[in-house]
Write a protein that binds this ligand. Structure first.
Ligand SMILES: [Fe+2]
Ligand SMILES: [Fe+2]
Length: 249
């Protein structure tokens, strides 16, 4: 229960989060001169738009099951509106790079360890794998645009620190709210099963800490972690299982 609520937790960020990413990248596309990056920006915006739409559907299912999904989505949207009001435009792109680093690392984990989605409904598992594959595919787009826009080390890492604190505080808040509405907030067994799932069995969150810290290395680039083989493995799996990405993706 706590494990599925962790995936639900993340899903609640996506509709507003993806809109924020697209707006931040679009606002700087004029600074891109490389036609390959310009094309990647177009694909990025299309992919994130479809992710937002699919997760809005997912979240609607949560609402139907009695979770305060709509209210939680609104809170995320409000927070991002407030961030947009008080920060310079390029900081919003730096925040997008920071959050895309998180999605890329979680995607890396999901694609490299199929056991993380064992027991999930096949359609849900397919949705998460598809989203993970596309996050992996476009993980450097915001970063490349940020570099074209003249973004530098101190700004990039300073914004990453702020984004880390705000994002994980919000993840914790979401987790507690979801567990409260499912009546498992005071179940230590549920908390333990989530911690065990994330850190021990099948685990993997621990190894992400080192990959996360790599962002603070001067000269870092998202493709320094070359995991294109995971994308290929996902494509082969889609062909084998016939579980297609959502229509229009
Ligand atoms: Fe996405
Ligand atoms: Fe993304």
């Amino acid at each position: 229960m706590a494990i599925s609520s962790f995936f639900d937790n993340l899903s609640l960020f996506f509709p507003a989060g993806e809109r924020f990413f697209v707006a931040a990248v679009r606002a700087h596309r004029h600074s891109v001169s490389d036609p390959e990056v310009a094309e990647a920006v177009r694909v990025f915006c299309a992919q994130e738009g479809i992710h937002g739409r699919e997760h809005a559907r997912y979240n609607e299912q949560l609402r139907r099951h009695g979770y305060p999904a709509q209210e939680m989505e609104r809170r995320v949207a409000r927070l991002l509106r407030r961030v947009s009001r008080v920060t310079p435009r390029r900081w919003r792109l730096a925040a997008t790079c920071a959050l895309e680093h998180f999605t890329a690392l979680m995607a890396h984990l999901l694609l490299s360890n199929p056991r993380l989605l064992e027991g999930a409904h096949p359609q849900m598992a397919a949705l998460w794998r598809w989203h993970a594959a596309e996050e992996n595919e476009h993980k450097a787009v915001a970063f490349d645009v940020y570099q074209s826009a003249g973004g530098g080390y101190l700004e990039r890492t300073g914004v990453m620190i702020a984004a880390t604190v705000i994002f994980w505080a919000k993840v914790l808040e979401h987790q507690l709210r979801l567990m409260h509405s499912s009546g498992t907030l005071w179940s230590w067994r549920e908390h333990w099963s989530l911690i065990r799932f994330l850190l021990l069995e099948p685990g993997g969150m621990g190894q992400l800490v080192w990959l996360y810290l790599d962002y603070f290395r001067p000269g870092f680039h998202p493709w320094d972690l070359d995991n294109r083989e995971l994308l290929e493995a996902w494509r082969r799996e889609v062909q084998r299982t016939g579980l297609q990405p959502p229509a229009g993706a």
